[in-house]
Structures are given as structure tokens and as C-alpha cells.
Design a protein around this ligand. Sequence first.
Ligand code: ADP
Ligand code: ASP
Ligand code: MG
Length: 445
Amino acid sequence: MKVLKFGGTSVGSVESIKNVKNILAGREGKKLLVLSAMSGVTNKLVEITDLIKVKDHSAIATIISELKNKHEETIDALINDATLNADAGSFVNDVLTTLKSLTLNEYSEGVYAEVVTTGETMLTYIFSTFLTQQGIQNNFLNAKDFMHVSNLENPDTELVGELFQKSISQLEPTEVYITQGFVRIDSNNSINTLKRGGSDYSATILAAAVKADEVQIWTDIDGFHNNDPRYVENTHAIAELSFEEASELAYFGAKILHPQTISPVIKRQIPLFLKNTFTPDLPGTRISDEIHSRGLKAISAKDGITAIKIKSNRMLMAHGFLKKIFEVFDKYETAIDMITTSEIAISLTIDSDRNLDQILEELNDYGEITVEKEHSIICIVGEGLIEDKSTSRLFELLNDIPVRMISYGGSNNNISLLVASKHKIQTLQGLNQKLFEHQETPQFV
Ligand code: ADP
Ligand code: ASP
Ligand code: MG
């Protein structure tokens, strides 16, 4: 079985949905399709959840009617068989009626999750019906039957696999199975999400669960680029990345992959391909452990970083100081991304301000605290990067941009810089110029 995930733009219009069908039709073998909502739909659903908070039911009704029109137009353009057209239409209608009644509730995390995951439910059903009309036999699967993911960081893929097998065992076997990305059932047995952009993660969880031969993530760009194409010109797709390189880049902000996408496939060594739905013949990027290139590969940036400095004279020669500091973050389940130390101070970064107030209150006991918000981590990645002499050029950049922290040598594959977010684009562009536009063959010491 292969797992193929198609993102929002890949299923965002009638034309692109037809493209997806052609991509499938040209590929032999069993396929499990994981689909996102049509592009823009999840954002609209998030808007609805904000309107639930302020009980603006007329604005909610307007958005629901826009969503109804969008999906009905798609059904009409794709499905001309009267019975199938009516079936898809009534499915969407039922989903939107349920959505409407949900919006009468008080806002809660559960209501949020139920609302925002309805885009995937509608689109997968429409796509399944479209394939049926095109003579491609397929099974429509409800992801809530098997995406039981209680631990977001460490999903139990064995359990997902067992539940998946149970779901399909009752069905006539087909070559194509279709299910929703993004949604999960949490430890309370409630509907929840894998966070925004989570369909990538759904695909790799399922790939590990069904022991797939490979995962293909189909999107609107021709592979993993060496820098963020939204901010930097002349970026290019990278032919191959190791699992480690791809996970660093995804975790540190490369939007093309949800931060956790890579971990489920590492354990089972399942190769992951990134491909463009609109130019399917291009090779894209292969992510696996069989890589043949070393040296600098790519740069990414993660926003929303808070830097915390703890300055304390007591730290001087004191063993156990760092342990006490880390225990505070552990207590409030807050991950630390970067750390630098000096004799009298430690600086570290976190990407979630959720428990910041409590953390700061406890840290106050250990010294003088300074907090700086709105920072970005710039992450430079490549196997053996540290041995590549050309990366020393990045230090030339420090003349132009104030860098708050540097992490160098933590691993051979990564250098991270912390800059104020207002300097992010300048840093990405500057690094591109210094590192890639001068790039010869990597020069190892
Ligand atoms: P999908 O809806 O298919 O999941 P996303 O919008 O989540 O697609 O991800 C694809 C987008 O990620 C690209 O269009 C591009 O703008 C952005 N992106 C950011 N960093 C990178 C990168 N390093 N390589 C490729 N794309 C990137
Ligand atoms: N539709 C969801 C989102 O927009 C999940 C995804 O696209 O991966 O976040
Ligand atoms: Mg995405």
C-alpha cells in the first residue's frame, strides 16, 4: 500500500481535483488517499469558531452559505450522474446542517475541533463520489474510526493500524481508499485535530500504521526548496534530504511539512516523496535515509519564539542550577528549542507562551529574568554542515543583522540563529546570498 496525501490547493478547484484523479489513474497498486479540505475552507471554519465566541449567528450563517455554494458548485462541475450528484449534495447538506447546530453551543476546544475538521469530511466524500462516477472503485473511510491519537508527539501507530484493518475488513476490497487528514480522536474519545497543516502528519501516521511502502505528499510546489520561497527569490527544489534534515527543517518552520510529519516514518524507514500536483512529472524531493549528498542543504525559519534570559550570580560554579531551571519548563510542559550559557546567565527559547506567566513566576526565584517576544529561529541544515567551510560566510552576516543567540555544534547537521522576527526576511535573504549564491561544491576540511 502507498499513502498519497493531497493538500488544500491540490483539491482546491475543479481543475485540480481532476488533476488528482489523473495522478491516481496513472498509478498501479493499492493506494490510501489522505485529503485536506479545499483551500481556504479551514480558514473560514476557524472564522466560524471565532464568531461562536461572540455569538454572531448572522455572520456564521453567511459563511455557512458561502461554504454550501462552494461545495455545491464543485459537485455540479464534477459529477453529472444525477444519482451520484444528489447523493454528494445531500451528504454536504447534512454536514452543514450539523455544523450549523454545533455553532449554537458555547465555544469549547471540542466545538472548535468539530467545526474546523468538517472541510475534510465534505471534500473527501465529494472526491470519492467523483471517482466512483469516473469508474474508479474506491472505499470512503471515516478517519474518526481509526485515527485514535492520544499522544500528539508519539502516536500509537500499532493501535491506528489495528483499527484501520478492522474498518476495512468489513468492506469489499478496492485499489483506492479515501480518508480525511487533520482529524483525530484524543484520549477523552473526543474529536480533536493534529493542529493546522496536520494532514501531512495524518499521512505519515497512517503510513506507519499500515506499514506502507512509501508516502507521497502532493502539494503546490515542486519539492522541498533550499529556502522559504515566500520570502526569498530564486530558491530551488532539493533532490534528496535525509529524515534528520527534513525533520529539523519541518520542526523549524518549513511550511511545506507539518512539524511532526517525519517522526512516524523514520521508525519504519518509509521513504517520503514531495511532489507537485500541477507538474507531476518533475522528480520532486525524496526523503529517506539513503542519501548521497552532504553539506549545506536548506534554511528555514520558525516564528513566535520567546527568548528568556536568567541572570544569576549564584550560577557561578553551581552544579544543579540548570537542572532546577529545566524542571520549571518540564512542570509546565513547555519545550525548549535553543540554549546558550555564560558563567552568569543562561538564555533559552520557547515556542509556546501558553504557561509563560507561571514559568516566569517560578524562575524569579533563580535570578533576574528578561523576556523578549516576537523572535524567529533561523535554522541552517545539512548533513556534515559544520565541516563545510563555506558556512563560515554566515558570520559575515552578523555585521548587518543583530543576532540574539547562536547554536553551533549541537549536532553536525544544524546551525541555528535567533533574530528578532522583524529581521527574519532580511536574514533569510542575506543567508541565501552568502551561502547559496556563492556556493561551489561543499569544501570539507
Ligand atoms: P498544502 O496545502 O498542500 O499542505 P502548504 O501551503 O501547507 O500546502 O505547503 C506548501 C507551501 O509551503 C508552498 O507553496 C510554499 O509557499 C511553502 N514553503 C515554505 N517553505 C518551503 C520550502 N522550504 N520548500 C517548499 N515550500 C515551502
Ligand atoms: N485543512 C487543515 C488546515 O488547513 C489541515 C491541512 O490542510 O493539512 O490546517
Ligand atoms: Mg500543508
